[in-house]
Design a protein around this ligand. Sequence first.
Ligand code: HSE
Length: 310
Amino acid sequence: MDLLKVFAPATVANVACGFDVLGFALEGLGDELIIRKKPESGLKITAIHGSRHLSKDADKNVVTVAAQALLNHLEEKPDFGFEFELTKKVKPGSGLGSSASSSAAAVFAVNELLGKPFSRTELVQFAMAGEELASGIPHADNVAPSLLGGFILIRSYDPLDIVELDYPDDLFATVVHPQIEIKTSDAKKILREQIDLKDAITQWGNIGGLVSGLAKSDYGLIGRSLQDVVAEPTRGILIPAFAEAKQSAAENGALGCSISGSGPSIFSLCQGLETAHQVAESFKKLYEGIGLESYVHTSPVNTKGVEILG
Ligand code: HSE
């Protein structure tokens, strides 16, 4: 096999209480990547569609940086190289795991063309190199769900311990991206460096509650646990009409609503597709009302993660 096209889904990281440790994958939104073997060694980006601002320089694009992290780990290096054609569908700076989709697609595609020396879970560590380039921190809460699908807990970073969580079938997400850009690196800088013990207690209670609620299909518990007292109070200020969006999600039956990743996208989780669509309508109306363009997407939790398109 010398050529492959892959799709890696967009993701919602943090999921309110799980800063840097929780994430889930979305359906119907993600980056596409074509990979080709080339006779000379080395990595090259030949084209980027859908974004004018990303660099094709192999040291500056998450695709090649993540792919190189994988190659560095091989005992026997291949005597050929790879070239990539990237189609960005997840907008950079949206909070929907844009850099993670590209990084996940890259490591998955390279691994396939090398005959799968690594498992999907092992690929997470290489995709994290892309996240380090993009945000300065090698967080895994976007790349892990993009690679594996589903709802993921990063139980530990050192050593990396990735847990695939159970979740109910009738769980749907609605995300809204008010059309502004927030760089994850900037959103990380504004966080408080220390948190009060009181807030830590609230946060870890909610993480336990969310994981348990997902496992038991206890929607009430899921809803009560979708609270973030660590990142949201600072980051919410950067997002236009964030408080109104949360209120509108609650009024329309969402289980909970918070910032997707580092924002500006906002996600809500809902029981049932109908409620998720109602929340989507309310988000659209809200942003139309304040004259800000927005992109709204409703999706079940993506069970597959990164996949081969052809
Ligand atoms: N956990 C990361 C953060 C996700 O909140 O900074 C970035 O998408």
